[in-house]
Design a protein around this ligand. Structure first.
Ligand code: PGA
Length: 251
């Protein structure tokens, strides 16, 4: 069985007490399976509660949803990669579409954040994806390639680190809309991303799919060998449903 990642992006949901309750329910029903990891991305205020609740184990980890690129200082409201690491983060989402489209983050800023995450020895999950307009204009691969290029050749000579990232392909039109990409559509973009990575000597990089993944469609998506896992928002918020998804979306 190939290694699969099930990543839960809680977005701006579940404070520390709620996170502890969530984990109590999830962990009671969860049993580790070979080659399967579950990653949780809680809001920063709940990071420590989640990291502590998961403990130090290879199949489960906590990560931060976003970081600022400076390690510390007068940046009110921001969380840095080293601070997230202190709270127990092992990974970080970078360039999520909500950071890009709600908060106006640029490709260049995403690159600086990615370099900061690598510097702090966290594992970056770089999110890329096209808008509906870009897809309709046939520009999907151009947009995704530009996002990869800029983020991975950005600050700190991160190109050499291409092999140390996980990529999440999340078409913007599929996030939170209930409209997921078909397994075939996702696989086509994954194959293009994989070809780009191979040109940059990254042959082991995992590529996750995200965008309206749920209990009903996860198994079909993961039946597609191009998908190395899923990044899930809405359907990860209920610990019972999420546990079931992790358990049953097997291939
Ligand atoms: P969704 O979100 O599963 O709610 O579509 C996915 C994501 O934004 O990572």
């Amino acid at each position: 069985m190939r290694p699969l990642v099930f990543a839960a992006n809680w977005k701006m949901n579940l404070g520390p007490a709620e996170a502890r309750d969530y984990l109590a329910t999830f962990l009671k029903a969860y049993s580790p399976q070979p080659n399967r990891q579950v990653w949780f991305f809680p809001p920063a205020v709940s990071l420590e509660a989640v990291a502590t609740g998961l403990g130090n184990r290879a199949d489960l980890l906590a990560g931060v949803q976003d970081v600022y690129w400076e390690p510390k200082g007068a940046f009110t409201g921001a969380t840095s990669a080293p601070l997230a690491a202190q709270a127990g983060a092992k990974a970080a989402l970078i360039g999520h579409s909500e950071r890009r489209h709600v908060f106006g983050e640029t490709d260049e800023q995403t690159g600086r954040k990615l370099a900061a995450v690598l510097e702090a020895k966290l594992h970056p999950v770089l999110c890329v994806g096209e808008t509906l307009e870009q897809r309709d204009a046939g520009r999907t691969l151009e947009v995704v390639t530009r996002q990869l290029e800029t983020a991975l050749s950005g600050g700190g000579g991160a190109r050499a680190a291409t092999a140390r990232v996980t990529i999440a392909y999340e078409p913007v039109w599929a996030i939170g809309t209930g409209r997921n990409a078909t397994p075939h559509d996702a696989a086509t973009v994954h194959a293009a991303i994989r070809a780009w990575l191979e040109q940059h000597e990254a042959t082991e990089t995992r590529i996750l799919y995200g965008g309206s993944v749920n209990l009903k469609n996860a198994a079909d998506l993961l039946a597609e060998p191009e998908l190395d896992g899923v990044l899930v928002g809405g359907a990860s918020l209920d610990p019972t449903g999420w546990g079931e998804l992790v358990r049953t979306a097997a291939v």
